[in-house]
Design a protein around this ligand. Structure first.
Ligand SMILES: Cc1cc2nc3c(=O)[nH]c(=O)nc-3n(C[C@H](O)[C@H](O)[C@H](O)COP(=O)(O)OP(=O)(O)OC[C@H]3O[C@@H](n4cnc5c(N)ncnc54)[C@H](O)[C@@H]3O)c2cc1C
Length: 484
């Protein structure tokens, strides 16, 4: 991999991230006779999926396994899980990603605890065009408290978006005080394991849930279940819109009964006063302050609370805050590359019109591969969740086709995109895109509270862009999950 003495063609294709798409990319590269090297920031493969391991996927196993990876696994006697079963994130890791990463073909080509900090082109900063394409890529990598450089003939960035959640401020900026370490300790992330790992911390406490996607719904319903065990548990729910009607869904008329039932349960909990709903609630500032409540004994320090200031002057105090506000791609490490990103979606420009959340709340995505995902920086690709930028509708099956096409392109084979077989989770109808005022995160018909939560729900409304670029209602047949 040391570029100085090696020709670019002999260098590996570096894949950033050992998530489902990064591992699949490596399998496809091997299939094409190319040499992959996966750099994974964390100590285990599937690191992001492990963090939402308690969530049940909405797409069954048959859509969650990459074909090239399955072929490699099956040659060792591995048996795929029941195709119609819905795995949890933990099962996806245990029954698929771990066996895949342990295959001899892959195991020696994965470097865990290697975090990519930056990528450039050897000897060429972004402004230099001459002979750029022939130069190897240079990757700055942090490993074991040292920073080293690796070289690559091509780079596939499959590092996901889980590590960069959207901030709480309505303008897309952090709320004032949000990055204060004392405040950060009170933030639970998008999908806290309310009835598992977090139960002890949250029981009897006051938690604010922010957001109107299914992450928020899951968390609210599970907090309500926790409240049944410990009545002192207090739940507040903040949404930016003026009404939660859209979140409650269509009830009995909902085309997805599980989703309709969830919404109705949430409505009941709000109407019964178990959950306090704050509408029109844009978070302005956060601070940890001393509680006005009496300390348990005179000598004890007064307990601290999280003070939440809203833009309209309202203020509440809580103990924890679950921010289900979606995710965005980390682009700083790509700064020296010549990218062509959509200014709003932050996905490859040509992909954006297929997935822009302003216009696509479900909707099938056209099969797309290397040509749609290409950038002016030849040999560099975004794939997987990160390729969708801020759009929350990415599916594993889409990413597996992306990396199949990219690997074929890099090998000089036919890279044309093939038809996608995506999970059929309902029928798109209606014409309204999601309320742009609302942060969306995750979205799935979830099972009964207390079971593994489900995320990535199909959305019923579909809005598309007409050929003249104007907004038009469409019904596109297959729904995508949302997991902002
Ligand atoms: C709660 C939830 C439920 C979902 N349910 C479904 C579903 O039912 N069906 C479906 O098809 N899709 C679903 N998705 C969407 C999507 O399939 C998943 O997000 C999936 O994990 C994306 O895979 P990925 O490989 O692109 O990214 P990730 O799984 O996020 O993997 C990225 C990897 O890159 C590593 N990494 C990050 N930064 C660096 C760096 N700088 N250097 C090196 N490594 C780095 C991370 O540690 C991680 O291991 C769901 C998503 C969420 C969040």
């Amino acid at each position: 991999m040391e570029a100085k003495s090696t020709s670019t063609e002999e260098l590996p294709v570096v894949v950033i991230g050992a998530g489902p798409i990064g591992l699949a990319a490596a399998a496809h590269l091997l299939d094409q006779g190319l040499e992959p090297l996966i750099l994974e920031a964390e100590s285990q493969v599937g690191a992001s999926v492990r963090e939402w391991g308690h969530i049940k996927l909405f797409s069954p196993w048959r859509y969650n396994i990459d074909a090239a990876s399955a072929a490699m696994l099956e040659s060792t006697g591995w048996e795929p899980p029941r195709p119609t079963a819905l795995p949890t994130g933990a099962e996806l890791v245990q029954d698929y990603l771990e066996p895949l990463a342990a295959l001899p073909e892959l195991a020696g080509r994965i470097r865990t605890d290697h975090r990519v900090l930056a990528i450039s082109r050897g000897g060429r900063d972004k402004t230099h065009v001459q002979a750029r394409a022939g130069q190897p890529f240079v990757l700055r990598v942090a490993h074991a408290s040292a920073v080293t450089e690796l070289h690559a003939r091509a780079v596939i960035d499959a590092s996901g978006t889980w590590g960069s959640p959207n901030p709480l401020g309505a303008a897309g900026l952090p709320a004032l005080g949000e990055e204060d370490p004392a405040v950060s300790e009170r933030l639970l992330g998008s999908l806290p394991d309310v009835l598992g790992a977090e139960a002890q911390r949250l029981a009897g406490r006051h938690t604010l849930v922010v957001g109107s996607g299914h992450s928020a719904i899951n968390t609210l319903l599970n907090l309500a279940a926790l409240k049944r065990q410990d009545h002192a548990t207090t739940i507040t729910w903040a949404i930016r819109g003026d009404s939660a009607e859209r979140v409650y869904g269509g009830g009995d008329a909902d085309q997805l009964p599980a989703r309709g039932a969830l919404g109705q349960r949430l409505r009941r909990l709000v109407e019964e006063g178990e959950i306090t709903l704050l509408t029109g609630a844009e978070i302005h500032a956060l601070a940890v302050t001393e509680s006005q409540a009496q300390a348990p004994d005179d000598d004890a320090a007064a307990p601290s609370v999280l003070e939440v200031d809203f833009a309209d002057g309202r203020r509440i105090t809580v103990e924890y805050l679950a921010a289900a506000t979606g995710f965005r791609p980390q682009l700083e490490l790509l700064r020296e590359l010549r990218l062509e990103l959509d200014p709003a979606v932050e996905s490859p420009r040509r992909l954006a019109s297929l997935i822009d959340p302003e216009f696509h709340s479900c909707g099938t995505v056209e099969a797309h591969g290397a040509d749609v995902l290409a950038h002016p920086e030849e040999g560099f690709f975004l794939a997987g969740m990160k390729s969708y930028g801020r759009a929350p509708t990415f599916l594993l099956a889409t990413g597996y086709e992306q990396v199949r096409s990219i690997a074929a392109h890099l090998a000089g084979a036919d890279a044309s995109a093939q038809n996608l077989n995506l999970p059929e989770t309902g029928v798109c109808s209606g014409v309204s895109a999601p309320d742009p005022a609302e942060p969306q995160s995750c979205g799935a018909p979830a099972p009964a509270t207390g079971e593994a939560q489900s995320c990535g729900a199909p959305e019923l409304a579909a809005v598309g862009r007409a050929s003249d670029g104007t907004r038009a209602g469409v019904s596109t047949g297959v729904l995508h999950g949302r997991h902002g």
